[in-house]
Design a protein around this ligand. Sequence first.
Ligand code: SAM
Length: 359
Amino acid sequence: MIKYLGSKRTLVPRITALARAVREHAGARTVADLFTGTTRVAQALKREGFEVTANDLASYSEVLATCYIEVDGGDTALRARLVEQLAHLDALEGVEGYVTRTFCEEARYFQPFNGRRIDAIRGAIDAVAGSRVERAVLLTALLLAADRVDSTTGLQMAYLKSWAPRSHQPLQLRLPELIAGTGRALREDANALVPTMAPVDLAYIDPPYNQHSYYSNYHVWETIVRDDAPAAYGVARKREDCRTTKSRYNVRGQAWDAFAGVVRTVPARHVIVSFNDEGYFAYDDIRALLAASFGEVAVVPVAFRRYVGAKIGIHNPSGVKVGRVSHLTNHEFLFVAGPGAAAIVDAAEQGSLAQGPAA
Ligand SMILES: C[S@@+](CC[C@H](N)C(=O)[O-])C[C@H]1O[C@@H](n2cnc3c(N)ncnc32)[C@H](O)[C@@H]1O
């Protein structure tokens, strides 16, 4: 899966256990992941047998959701076609194009020999794919392959001064791990979606929690998917529209109203909400909002260590320690709201703690 800020990699077993407990207690069958990002959580829930809808604003996320959630991985004829298409794309000679110029010469996200391969493969995908879902799988394979040979720390607002060791590897397309069954992929503003969507048994809510814009931080994926060769600016060569495309969740004065709007309107009997104490929202406010909208609320606390830099401290260019790091850990919570929330959390934690604590 692509490197992604706020991805719930380590929390997936706990979220899955909670969803399973909601199914046991309330017969939940349908789930909406409203801010699906990498689709990790949606994928895990699809594997659990839920009927999943995965939504996000980003085009790259819609592609991932179409690949992992909408495509039926049990369709052997489709798999065979995709393997052939990927082999054809993987054998293409590189060509110099927008990605090579913008992201490998003007910036250094990929080595130019891999940039030329990305240009050639992206240029051919729309013609090679026989359908929208095939296109999404081929694009996902390209994003995953590019992510494996990039030269960043996982954010596309900067690249490493010296090439990352992995960037010397040749880009290689592989068939993504498709999941049997079908679901739905959407690309909508969650606030516009919830008033009109069909009711679901459970919604998972994991919005951005501070000013860092996903659209800007993952602009390379957005541009590869859209293939629209936008004007680029700055050292990071971001899409020009990164200046104006803002999620309300990234604006301090708007984020709470946006979040409260989703919680109050979402047509679900139960919700699971991810919360991190490094963002705009306060624990007590979320708890009160959920209690007002869903009645019962229970909490799974998950503490984890902050980045290593926080432990090392803040130093000036001469290596002298100059500041104090505010805290070494942040806290992440999963709120569960809806009928029987406390019993759901008890049941889930008894099962999932056996799988070990989150990192
Ligand atoms: C914290 S990340 C979700 C991470 C995800 N749970 C995962 O494990 O990969 C928040 C996501 O919200 C998306 N987003 C931002 N504003 C949105 C909006 N108004 N409606 C829907 N999605 C939005 C971003 O593109 C980003 O992928």
